[in-house]
Design a protein around this ligand. Structure first.
Ligand SMILES: *Cc1c(COP(=O)(O)O)cnc(C)c1O
Length: 450
């Protein structure tokens, strides 16, 4: 039989609405609480930091939300993204299972982050916002938002987690090229940054700290808003373009996945590939499994606690009901910078709590080994984050072989690793360390939140 390696959709077939899982999930998430009053927050509480349209999307319960035409236009610079059957990888594993992947590394940013950067910049522009402040971990979110802001005529300032700033100078230069200003975090630009530097002059930074710095500046200026690249409901909503395309592409392939895998930082690419397929479980009685994969060094889903916690370190954000390691948690300096976040998105946390999805953790060496095998078979160098999904897809294929069954596995390739080659160099040189937290470390971090 003829092999189809690459399943493409035409521009005309690109979905024109985002899918909102809030409409179909059995238990709706608990509300975010005001950090001071501990009462559920209203739209006006968020108005200083987000444009109203995004606040509406944050709480919307409509099943579908229209993608504005200007956003669709810019999506089409890289969408629909291809879905591949990993024949070469399957062959090298000698597996009976079928492995598919959705390639989100072809956007201008090199990752799925562009899918939400574009609409976020667009809605800010509609409401007359002149400047956005954001944070970035590995640099992918900052790069994605830099171009989107440039396109819509908004100034962008980015607080980049110190360790990534040092590990990945090219990501910073990419943001500069698209016109953004980049500061290493913690910085002396904010009160909170100065406090951290005083106590820990060599702090590697964390996403939680960078979010606090960005928000501190954003709330001081009425023409300035803040933007977040993961975790929040509206971000996960925008990413459902991935899974909706993948549903159509798997139909063309004539298959329904048995298992869907995504790596997990705050939950946006995992939600993006999963939610439109979860809809099939909810509304058509399908029985697809979903696995979110996180680093063993930052295991909020598998070893954290489900409770109200802050999204940032200084406690400026609303309290969110989520799986968390505590907002003071500073993860080890593993190379999957995008997965080093202390908490999990509210929607994904609720779904995990209700056992509608699964979570797994992995150490980084196994993931790099899988990433290198993938590069050498499928000809794409994956982002270190995506390696967690690849390693799990391979693990699922091997487990199926041991059981003597053939499964259809789909994973999201969240980005390419062209800016991350020094981490591959470390892997080849035997200089990557595996980190695993002790129970004491986790309990200590969790005990600091009430
Ligand atoms: C940011 C990022 C992630 C992790 O973030 P999620 O919101 O969990 O998707 C994963 N992979 C890549 C390539 C990223 O840029």
């Amino acid at each position: 039989m003829e092999k189809t390696r690459k399943i493409l959709l035409s521009e005309k077939e690109m979905p024109t609405k985002w899918y909102n899982i809030m409409a179909d999930m059995p238990n709706k998430p608990m509300p975010p609480l005001h950090p001071a009053t501990k009462k559920p927050i209203g739209p006006e509480d968020l108005a200083p930091i987000f444009p109203m349209e995004l606040i509406k999307q944050e709480v919307a319960t409509d099943r579908y939300i229209e993608i504005p035409e200007e956003v669709q236009d810019l999506y089409k610079t890289y969408r629909p993204s291809p879905l591949f059957r990993a024949y070469n990888l399957e062959k090298s594993l000698g597996t009976k299972s079928k492995i598919y992947y959705k390639h989100e590394g072809l956007s201008y940013a090199g990752s799925h982050k562009a899918n939400t950067a574009i609409p976020q910049a667009y809605y800010n522009k509609l409401e007359g916002v002149k400047r956005i402040i954001t944070e970035t971990g590995a640099g992918q979110w900052g790069s994605a938002l830099s171009f989107a802001c440039q396109y819509f005529g908004i100034d962008l300032e980015v607080f980049m987690v110190r360790i990534s700033y040092d590990q990945k100078p090219s990501r910073k230069l990419m943001m500069n090229t698209y016109g953004a200003q980049v500061t290493a975090s913690p910085s002396d630009r904010t009160k909170f940054g100065r406090e951290i530097l005083e106590k820990h002059p060599d702090s590697p930074g964390s996403l939680g700290i960078a979010i606090s710095e960005a928000m501190e500046i954003a709330v001081q200026d009425s023409d300035t808003k803040y933007a977040l690249g993961s975790v929040l409901n509206h971000v996960l909503l925008h990413q459902t373009i991935i899974g909706q395309e993948a549903v159509l592409q798997m139909e063309i392939a004539g298959e329904l996945p048995d298992v869907i895998v995504g790596c997990f930082g705050g939950g946006s690419n995992f939600a993006g590939i999963s939610f439109p397929f979860l809809k099939l479980n909810f509304t058509e009685g399908k029985n697809i499994r979903f696995i979110a994969v996180e680093p063993a060094s930052c295991p909020k889903l598998t070893r954290g606690k489900f409770m109200y916690d802050f999204g940032d370190t200084s406690g400026m954000t609303p309290l969110l009901p989520m799986y968390t390691l505590g907002h003071n948690f500073i993860p080890a300096a593993i190379h999957a910078g995008g997965l080093r976040y202390h908490g999990a998105g509210v929607l994904v946390s609720q779904l995990l709590k209700d056992n509608l999805i699964e979570a797994r953790s992995k150490k980084q060496k196994e993931c790099f080994e899988a990433g290198v095998l993938f590069a050498r078979t499928e000809a794409i160098i994956p982002a270190p984050e995506s390696n967690y999904a690849i390693a799990t897809a391979i693990e699922e294929a091997k487990m199926a072989d041991e059981e003597g069954v053939s499964k259809t596995i789909l994973f999201n390739l969240s980005g390419h690793g062209h800016f991350d080659l020094t981490s591959y160099d470390k892997y080849f040189g035997g200089n990557l360390e595996d980190h695993e937290l002790t129970n004491e470390e986790i309990e200590k971090s969790l005990s600091e939140i009430s």
